[in-house]
Every structure is written in C-alpha cells, then in structure tokens.
Ligand binder design. Structure first.
Ligand code: CTP
Length: 397
C-alpha cells in the first residue's frame, strides 16, 4: 500500500481560545480519515472545552500538565511527539505562538513543541488586532523561518464581534491541509494550472448542455499537487464537491469559452497544465435570452457550433507548460486515448473508462506517456491523483 495513505498518528495541541470547539469536529474528521489522535491541552484550553470531550472523541487520555505522570515513565514531553507523525496546534493563541517562536517551554504543550522530532503546524486563532500586532506578525515570520507550517487564519466575523483576519481555518480545511505535512515535495515550487468539472452551455435562461462530471478528479489532483508542494491555480466549471483549501488561486468558468479565456489569462506563468475538465465540444449557436416556449408540435431546433479545444490550444503555444490531458472513453479506451494524446500533442495523458470514473469517487486509470503505458487498479480518485503526480514528477525531472 502507498505509505502516503497509511493511517497516521496526530498529536493535537489545543490552547485557550474559543475556536477550541472547532477542534472537536477536527478530531472527528481525522478519525474518519483513519488517523488516530492524541490531545494535549494548555490549562486555559480546558476552560473552553472539557478534556473529557476530547478523551471521548479520541479514545485516548488527554494530557494537560507536564508532570501529570500519565505517561508511563514521566517523559510525556518526549514520548508524545516520538509516537506522532505530525503535531498540530489548533487553535494556537498569540501567547503560545510567542512562546514557540522564542523556544520557551513552560507547559506540556510548549515543551512538546520544543522537544518534537515530527513536523509541527499551527492554526492561529485570535482577535484581528492581536493578529496584526507587529510582535505577533514577527513571531509568525519566525515560525515560518524555523520550518513550522502556519495555516494562516481566515478573515471574517469574529467571536468578539469585530471583523478581520484571525478566524481559525475551518476544521474540514485543517483535516485536508494536514496531509501536506507528510507528503514528499515532488512538485516543490512548481506552478500547476488545473481545469476541473463540467462546462455548461446555455440554451436559454433555464436550460443548458452539460455532462455528468462531478469535479472530484480535478479536486483530488489539486489536493495532490498542493500536498506535493505545487502552487495550484484551479479553474472549474460546474462541480458537486468542495473546493480544496490552500490553493494559490481558484475561479469558476462555466462555459467552455469562459474556461478557455480564464486558462489563457493564467497559462503564461505555469510550469504544468492538467486538463481534467469535461469540456463541451459544442456550444449553442442560437441560444435564447428568453425562455423557449412550447410551440405546438414543433420542437425547437438547437444549432451547435464547435467550442475551442483548450488543451490543444495550450499544447501548441510557442513555449507550452508540460501538458497532461485526460481521456474519458466509454469503449476502446486505450486505442482512443493513444490517438487523442498524439492528436492533442501532449506528453502525458490519463485514460479512464467513463463507467468507473465520471461522477464517482473512484477511478481506474492508465497513464500514457512517451516512455511507458502504466495501468493501475481501481482506487480512490485521491490515490489515482497521487500516482499521476508521481509520474508527472518523474517526467519533469
Ligand atoms: N478538452 C479541452 N477542450 C475541449 C475538449 C476537451 O481542453 N474543448 C480536453 C479535456 O479536458 C481532456 C482532453 O481534452 O483533457 C480530452 O477530452 P475528451 O472530451 O476526452 O476528448 P475530445 O477532444 O472532446 O474528443 P472526443 O469528444 O472525440 O472524445
């Protein structure tokens, strides 16, 4: 099994902020992903959520004092991070951030941060003025230069009633971003543009032509590329799934023409283009601004005209990024895919069977490139995306 998908042990540090309630949901999501979680709390965190809550959610004892003796040899500050694949502090208060930035170790949580061997990430949560305080921003910079990952807070309405930056990243996004900590950086600092989802071609104000693509493969690839260290720009049509966190840029482009324009606005700065979107080959020539009405026995005539081929247009740019195409076929999958790769002039193409891929959480892919043709068994789209990233990194090297 790919070691990336083996369950991890996560040490979750909780400090004293109202966002501590979001960490209950985070534990639930991490457990659902198959990970195990141990919780360590500062004393002030226990004022916000009871340790018993986290004990029940994790199934593990919750530690909050350096000398509690709950660890069998009294070495909790060493043992807890030695057993962990990652240490996440969420929420991280300005106070705890300041202590970690300065190497202070005055409670179990900060001592663990100082004595850790595993990767450390912090998810700050605080009032907007505290976040913008130059001392805090200096401390954040210090954490980053010390190799600590910062999941930067969101902007919005705060528990104190003020508005601005300081809201902790949502639990669902933290659970998504956490995997970046243990993923090898195969695409470090590469810029990757991905198209995803289904396009929609308007017939009239209430009707259109679309397809059954859900966007799941594109989202899985965006996550896999981000986790591998890439700066991801995502241009998506209609999707039935959540957008990944931590993207460099994302925007929606519903029609093929809008997607073509959006891709060409961003393509010049990209190293890689992965064209996952199920783009309509044709748009409606005679689309109507008014809703079409039934007209006796006379069905309306919908005239079609060809859309631009986005992938082919990128692949034929004077200095194109490395292009990866997809081919979803209902039959003769490999034959059509091989021809499509040559026709579109792309170095790498991923072939899949419509019936096991489109609109589904799983996929069975074959990667075709200049050197090899490799088929993988049916897996989750996320695992398929990791195989694509692995091969992409080999070809880029
Ligand atoms: N594609 C694109 N723009 C289009 C059509 C397709 O960028 N107008 C891209 C898709 O994102 C995919 C690849 O081209 O990466 C192949 O798409 P597919 O729909 O399988 O092939 P088509 O070129 O449409 O050919 P056909 O309909 O004959 O299968």
């Amino acid at each position: 099994m790919n070691p990336l998908f083996m369950s991890k042990h996560i040490l979750l540090g909780i400090t004293g902020g109202i966002a501590a309630y979001k960490s209950c949901e985070l534990v639930r999501l991490l457990k659902k992903q198959g990970h195990s979680v141990s919780v360590v709390m500062t004393n002030s965190a226990t004022e916000f959520v009871s340790p018993l809550t986290f004990q029940a959610l994790t199934g593990n004892p919750v530690l909050s004092d350096t000398y509690s003796g709950a660890s069998n040899n009294g070495m909790a500050h060493i043992n807890l991070t030695r057993e962990a694949d990652a240490f996440l502090i969420a929420p991280a208060t300005a106070n705890t951030i300041a202590k970690i930035a300065n190497g202070s170790a005055d409670n179990l949580l900060t001592t663990l941060a100082a004595a850790r061997k595993c990767p450390l990430a912090v998810a700050p949560a605080m009032n907007v003025e505290m976040w913008n305080n130059p001392a805090n921003l200096r401390n954040i910079e210090q954490l980053v230069s010390d190799g600590i990952t910062v999941f930067y807070p969101n902007s919005g309405e705060q528990a104190c009633g003020e508005t601005g930056t300081g809201r902790m990243v949502e639990a669902v996004d933290l659970a998504d971003l956490l995997e970046d900590l243990w993923t090898p950086k195969l695409l470090s600092s590469k810029k990757v543009l991905i198209t995803a989802g289904a396009t929609f071609e308007t017939i009239d104000p209430v009707r259109g032509i679309t397809n059954i693509s859900s966007g799941q493969m594109g989202m899985a690839l965006a996550r896999a590329c981000r986790a591998a260290g890439a700066k991801v720009t995502l241009i998506y049509g209609q999707i039935q799934t959540a957008l990944p966190a931590g993207l460099a840029h994302s925007e929606q482009a519903i029609s093929a023409e809008a997607m073509y324009q959006a891709v060409h606005r961003h393509i010049h700065e990209q190293d890689v283009f992965i064209s996952v979107a199920a783009v309509a080959d044709y748009k409606v020539k005679n689309s109507s601004n008014e809703k079409l009405k039934k007209n006796g026995n006379q069905p309306p005539v919908i005239e079609l005209t060809e859309n631009p081929d986005i992938l082919a247009s990128v692949a034929t740019l004077p200095s194109p990024p490395f292009c990866v195409g997809f081919a979803a076929e209902s039959h003769q999958v490999l034959e059509f895919a091989r021809t499509k790769r040559l026709r579109k002039n792309v170095p790498m193409l991923v072939a899949n069977q419509v019936s096991v891929s489109m609109g589904k959480p799983t996929n069975q892919i074959t990667i075709i490139d200049d050197l090899a043709e490799t088929s993988f068994p049916e897996t989750s789209k996320r695992q398929a995306a990791d195989e694509i990233v692995k091969r992409l990194a080999e070809l880029l090297a």
